[in-house]
Design a protein around this ligand. Sequence first.
Ligand code: GRF
Length: 226
Amino acid sequence: MSLPVGVLISGGGSNLQALIDRKQTGVLDVTIQTVISNNSGVKGLERAVEHGIPTQVLPHQNYPDRQSYDRALVRALRDAGAQAVVLAGFMRLVGPELLAAFPGRVLNIHPALLPSFPGLHAQDQAAEYGVRLAGCTVHFVDEEVDHGPIIIQAAVPALPNEGAEALGSRILALEHRIFPQAVQWLAEGRLEVQGRHVVVRPGARPVATKDALPPCLIFPSLEEGF
Ligand code: GRF
């Protein structure tokens, strides 16, 4: 049975689009019951409407505190029939009430190789720091910021002085690959959390050999003989 999910966004919704695209190619078996944004007029809402997905705008400013906002989110998600929550560029912290309402069923995508660079502007943080490898992480959400058990990560080389925008767009392209995969693992009930570790149980689908990644990523490249 297709997993009914609610997707929370704040902006452009390119990760939402990646989920919609993978649904259309038939590899992602979820039903997006609702797309909820805390901001009105964002592109992500348009993307949802274009695909006939019900949308809701819940402006956080309309709520006196985090707890009441959380409660409103839970109500909206439940009323829509969601059984899991996908944070796809949702720039608000979710609190204990939402986590308790969907235990082990809230995923987030973060544009850094956690635990490096949690919080806002992760791509800028990585670019400024001068890391050689940057990337993205899909993880279960817990009560700390960008902290829960890690499901999947993807790395890209970070070029000196390329700036956060170029780095961010290379990271984003990989976000679009790993996020739908992680959501599908959740939908198939294949993710087992053991403390901080997430085990992905084997499934029926073979590993994609055409896109198989090298076993390690070293950047800059080693010279012959090393
Ligand atoms: C992505 O980089 C995501 O990792 C971060 O916010 C951005 C959202 O982009 N949490 P989009 O709205 O999915 O295009």
